[in-house]
Design a protein around this ligand. Structure first.
Ligand code: HEC
Length: 394
């Protein structure tokens, strides 16, 4: 069945079904035959609960729209009514105020086109790449994923690094919960999707890593979800220590990622930091504990990967070597980290280990060796616990 016939027959069904109490009459004005328009709306509004390929997500209990049994259980009218009115007592929201009647018909036609039993037709091809992986957080552990945000989506990001107490070495680690009882560098920030491609963010790290505030603009110029072979984003940011008053660093990052199937993704992040500063830990809250410091232009390239081992659980690892001017910043070994991530609707929690106390763009490539002035603190023995939390507030 072609997309046009599908949409027309759907419109006819709706017109005929106007006596059904759930379905309010829908205009049957000429409909576009472009099924991929519905696919694009599905990708934007529905895929976070129904999966990018419409196969359903375990954590929401959403049905598999590619399953012929699910399709035969649903009528066209019921699909449209569910999209318009939502489903009481479930997470399925009502869309009649957010989407036009035409858009609802387009998505309904797209949902129908997912039926695996239907004969393959060339123009039902959707804009949704079934293979694309969607990162659960804006970072892997500290390395950015470059994921796109929802347009007008508002996100909060927390990071905690228990930078002073190694998790596994030293005495009585068990008693101190492997360092989790120790002192945490707790940073937080907000990120806002101005459009689907363009986002802004503000982020602050605490006093004991020199109190930087980081302002950032990010632009996603390619997305696998639009059929591109890669995801690519560029980000510009400025960090200023002591609450944006001194030791400014300007960063340019390019974030390139590629999915391997729908369960894994690889990342490469070349980063230029102009006027970057050595990590150190101020010994008091006073401003003069954060002196003016010399800056160095550094270049690092982070690399990482993530793999979903269960539908909502991912494992991830990253390494961020500094190739230019690492020495003056006291970086002897690359920063690295690894962790495990749990994804629940609009949230992700990541727990892991790292040798880096930094989470801003320029600080993330620094290691504990510089921070604590202890050359051996950035080896496996010096790994510390950290965790990240992100939440999309709306
Ligand atoms: C916040 C999560 C969420 C979003 C966003 C969402 N859905 Fe759902 N949807 C659900 C859940 C949960 C169910 C399963 C409800 C149930 O238990 O029957 C569902 C069920 C459905 C059903 C099946 C209804 C039935 O009668 O079995 C359709 C069709 C559907 N959604 C379409 C969509 C479309 C189209 C969009 C985007 C415009 C969308 N949903 C967005 C959570 C969501």
């Amino acid at each position: 069945m072609t997309g046009r016939i599908l949409v027309l027959s759907l419109a006819a069904t709706i017109a005929a079904g106007a006596n059904s109490p759930q379905v309010s009459p829908v205009s049957t004005a000429p409909l576009p035959s472009n099924a991929s328009e519905g696919a694009a709306i599905f990708a934007r509004e529905c895929s976070k609960c129904h999966g990018p390929d419409g196969k359903g997500l375990a954590e929401f209990g959403t049905p598999d729209f590619t399953d012929p049994k699910v399709q035969s259980r649903l009528t066209d009218a019921r699909i449209v009514a569910t999209i318009k009115n939502g489903k009481k007592g479930t997470l399925m929201p009502a869309w009649s105020k957010k989407l036009s009647a035409r858009e609802i018909l387009l998505i309904a036609a797209f949902v129908r086109s997912l039926n695996a039993a239907k004969e393959a037709s060339p123009d039902s091809s959707s804009g949704v790449e079934p293979g694309a992986y969607e990162a659960g957080d804006d970072v892997l552990f500290s390395l950015p994923t470059g994921r796109r945000l929802d347009r007008h989506g508002f996100y909060v990001n927390f990071t905690h690094r228990f930078a002073y107490d190694p998790a596994f070495s030293g005495t009585a680690r068990g008693g101190a919960l492997s360092g989790l009882e120790g002192f945490s560098l707790s940073s937080f920030g907000f990120r806002y999707g101005v459009s689907e491609r363009f986002s802004v963010s503000i982020y602050r790290s605490p006093t004991f890593i020199a109190r930087p505030i980081q302002l950032m603009l990010a632009y996603n110029f390619a997305s696998e979800q639009d059929g591109a072979p890669l995801n690519a984003a560029v980000r510009f940011s400025t960090e200023g220590q002591n609450n944006f008053s001194r030791n400014f660093t300007h960063n340019i990052e390019v974030i390139v990622s590629r999915s391997i199937g729908s369960r894994a993704q690889l990342y490469v992040v070349p980063t230029l930091s102009l006027n970057s500063h050595r990590l150190f830990s101020p010994n008091s809250f006073r401003s003069r504990s954060i002196p003016n410091m010399p800056g160095f232009n550094t270049f690092s390239t982070g690399a990482g990967g993530v793999l979903d081992v269960r539908p909502t659980v991912a494992v991830l690892a990253e390494v961020i070597p500094t190739f230019v001017n690492g020495r003056p910043l006291g970086i002897h070994r690359p920063a690295f980290g690894f962790g495990i991530q749990k994804k629940i609707w609009r949230h992700a929690f990541t727990f892991g280990f790292t040798n880096s106390p930094g989470t801003t763009v320029s600080q993330r490539s620094g290691t504990r060796a510089a921070f604590l002035n202890n050359p051996s603190a950035d080896t496996f023995k010096g790994l510390v616990i950290g965790f990240n939390l992100t939440r999309q507030i709306y």
